[in-house]
Design a protein around this ligand. Structure first.
Ligand SMILES: Nc1ncnc2c1ncn2[C@@H]1O[C@H](COP(=O)(O)OP(=O)(O)OP(=O)(O)O)[C@@H](O)[C@H]1O
Ligand SMILES: [Mg+2]
Length: 252
């Protein structure tokens, strides 16, 4: 691949006897939105957990910008420029939007800016925080408590917290889950804007959303990659129809 931001080579993860990701090899190109789809239990979240350092693989290597990050802990991976959101909301309910983003912003700055004086450190954290709030569209909700906001806004805030760490690569685990159609559209617009200067790896069950924004799609089934291609290629793939999309239509 011309410009791979992330290279995963023969990565496996087992839980007891269950192989959740089975010998996965894939590259993600810089600047793209690459969606990962697949039925429940396919291993999508496990893969994201391996990339963010939340889980350690049993086998294989993961390179980010050519650097081996396979065995690094989550905070180191975050500091290198990989941000992630969780399938279940992961915010501090009693904190305001600003405070939630501030905590995230300072987690990145702690070590990367440790040579600067504390006052300039604080300024830099505030600047990152304000920028993240603006990017995620919550500037006007700056001083609202997370617990007082709608579910959609809380998910938006989670994206803001991820942005406060100034990542280059965003790992998004079902950012539209549980949202109404109006809220979903807003977040899809947000993802489009973020894609202008970030690389996105997006797990999502909402097929309309995925088909409308993804540059590349990977289909996972039973811990393995079934196929990777453009939206057109995946839509017309017989194997995907049978293994995934077909199942969806039958049960709809
Ligand atoms: N911490 C864990 N311990 C044991 N088994 C796990 C653990 N995490 C995931 N699994 C199992 O690994 C398999 C893959 O799970 P994973 O959460 O990666 O699937 P997924 O593709 O994200 O599914 P969904 O679409 O439902 O979120 C499942 O069978 C799941 O039960
Ligand atoms: Mg999942």
């Amino acid at each position: 691949m011309a410009d791979a931001i992330l290279q995963i080579d023969r990565v496996s993860k087992s839980f007891g006897g269950l192989i959740a990701t089975n010998n996965i090899t894939i590259e993600f190109e810089r600047g793209q939105i690459h969606a990962i789809i697949g039925p429940n239990g396919a291993g999508k979240t496990t893969l994201i957990n391996l990339l963010s350092g939340d889980l350690l693989p049993n086998d294989g290597t993961i390179l980010f910008n050519g650097r081996d990050i396979t065995h690094l802990p989550p905070h180191k991976i975050s500091q290198l420029g990989i941000g992630r959101s969780y399938q279940k909301t992961n915010i501090f309910a009693e904190f305001t939007c600003f405070e939630n983003c501030w905590v995230a912003a300072q987690s990145r700055i702690n070590t990367s800016m440790r040579f600067f004086r504390p006052a300039s450190n604080l300024k830099a954290v505030e600047k990152r925080t304000e920028k993240a709030l603006e990017l995620c569209g919550l500037s006007l909700r700056r001083d609202s408590r997370a617990s007082a906001m709608s579910y959609g806004e809380q998910r938006q805030l989670e994206i803001g917290m991820m942005l406060a760490t100034e990542p280059e690569l965003l790992l998004l685990d079902e950012p539209l889950a549980g949202m109404g159609s109006e809220e979903s559209l807003q977040v899809i617009e947000l993802l489009r804007r973020l894609a202008e200067d970030h690389t996105l790896i997006l797990i999502e069950h909402d097929m309309d959303a995925v088909f409308s924004i993804a540059d590349q799609l990977t289909v996972m089934v039973n811990g393995r990659i079934l196929e990777t291609g453009t939206v057109g290629q995946i839509r017309s793939s017989q194997a995907v129809q049978e293994a995934y999309l077909g199942v969806d239509e039958e049960t709809a």
